[in-house]
Design a protein around this ligand. Structure first.
Ligand SMILES: [Mn+2]
Length: 439
């Protein structure tokens, strides 16, 4: 697979960047070394089954150890990092296979049979321990905050390897999104669409970066809708799907909305699509993401006004909080090893908070954008009963065309989400070309 080659090609440079960043961060905080623990499996209460395992992202940032509980990396600047690669002698579960050389050649890999063998390799001096494994409990220097803040800020500037992983992850997700739309057009249930998505992506639930949101009709108005109805609805009006994929641990996070037929809702999707592309184009180095979030409110209020849903001008709707009734979440977030990636709200290693705009408590990114940032742009417009009722209780019929709301409510809502790379020049949209390539 050519894209896989691209990922491997960039990996040498990626490890060199990790070495550099960790050396700087450790020196700045007065540490001689770090021990990064992948984490251990967690068993459910009174049972012998494990919760789905997720590797400590600080380890994943070094190497694609996505399923490798109890592996441990020792980072000591000046030396080759030592990887205690956990391969138990087990016949209940299949142990991890020997590591692939494209990444493992950068480490001093020591295959270990016991989870605690890394303890013999803890370097002398002041050592930071990073992770949440029970094995790390009681360590003095566990997850030092300033060190983590530095590493998190570093992780906001993606390396070419990371960009290649996220781009590939977007391609996998786009392929599955196209299949999901097909299933919707065939009249499938939410459950059936979800299965078709997973099959096209080649991923099972536990391998997805987050639980797919597969919502028909009014369910599209539930922001983190988590059910998958088996029953096919009597009438299929609309379909909102928020679903990603992963590649070497890196996530994509994509949302699309479809209308079964033409008419106002379909036209509204088109208007939101144009608006979203405009916002994507604005994601440039030096731009404050908070300003983009506020611009999104202004733009969405414009759509609401154009479609006769609100009767006040856009500026008034933003000022009064009416736009937040229809768009109650943030414009987007950083994306990487974590779907909601780190350091979106901090200014420096102290963790100084960059405040959200007043009245916008759910925004997850308040930083000024830099080249190398990867983020989502996901404006939304929903008909959410509880928020609409709240507005009506406080403001009466002010500003809202309730007849129009009633007409559009059965369609749930609209969200369109792409993944964007900020560069020194034009932003790079990873999602749109991934869909175009599906033909
Ligand atoms: Mn998102």
């Amino acid at each position: 697979m050519p894209s896989q080659t691209v990922i491997c090609d960039h990996y040498d440079q990626h490890v060199a960047t990790c070495q550099e960043r960790w050396a700087q961060a450790l020196a700045a905080e007065g540490f001689d070394a770090a021990v990064i623990h992948a984490g251990s499996e967690i068993i459910s209460f009174l049972d012998d089954y494990h919760y789905p395992f997720r590797t400590n992202p600080h380890l994943l940032a070094w190497a694609p150890l996505t399923r490798h509980h109890d592996s441990v990396l020792v980072v000591e600047p000046g030396n080759r990092p030592v990887l205690y690669y956990y391969q138990p002698d087990d016949y209940w579960y299949l142990p991890p296979s020997d590591p692939a050389s494209w990444w493992a050649d950068h480490f001093d890999v020591r295959s270990v049979r016991d989870t605690g063998q890394w303890r013999d390799g803890v370097p002398a001096g002041r050592v930071a321990f990073i992770g949440d494994a029970p094995d790390l409990q009681g360590r003095d220097e566990l997850n030092p905050e300033r060190l983590l803040n530095r590493l998190h800020l570093d992780r906001t500037r993606k390396t070419p390897y990371e960009l290649a992983c996220i781009a590939e992850s977007s391609r996998v997700a786009a392929r599955a999104h196209v299949e999901a739309e097909r299933a919707f057009r065939e009249g499938c249930s939410e459950y059936e669409i979800h299965v078709r998505y997973c099959e096209a992506a080649g991923l099972v639930d536990a391998e997805l970066p987050y639980g797919n949101i597969v919502a028909l009709n009014t369910n599209g108005a539930v922001l983190h809708y988590q059910q998958r109805q088996h029953q096919r609805p009597e009438v299929c009006r609309s379909f909102l799907i928020d679903a990603g994929a992963t590649q070497q641990g890196y996530a994509s996070d994509i949302t699309r909305t479809y209308s079964a037929n033409g008419g106002s809702f379909s036209e509204m999707i088109e208007a939101m699509d144009g608006l979203q592309l405009g916002l994507c184009d604005g994601m440039r180095a030096g731009v404050d993401y908070r300003d983009m979030h506020l611009r999104a409110h202004q733009d969405i209020a414009g759509v609401l006004h154009d479609f006769d849903v609100i009767t006040v001008d856009p500026a008034t709707a933003v000022e009064s909080g009416l736009s937040s009734v229809f768009f109650p979440h943030g414009l987007g977030h950083y994306l990487g090893l974590q779907t909601h990636d780190v350091a979106g709200l901090i200014a420096d290693e102290e963790g100084t908070e960059l405040p959200r705009p007043e009245g916008h408590p759910f925004l997850r990114l308040t930083r000024t954008l830099e080249a190398g940032n990867v983020l989502t742009v996901e404006p939304g417009l929903y008909f959410i009963d509880t928020l609409l009722n709240g507005w009506r209780a406080r403001n009466g019929d002010d500003g809202v065309n309730w007849a129009r709301v009633e007409e559009l409510s059965p369609y749930g809502g609209i969200r369109i989400e792409d993944n964007i790379v900020v560069t020194e020049g034009e932003p790079v949209n990873l999602t749109r070309p991934a869909f175009s390539a599906q033909g």
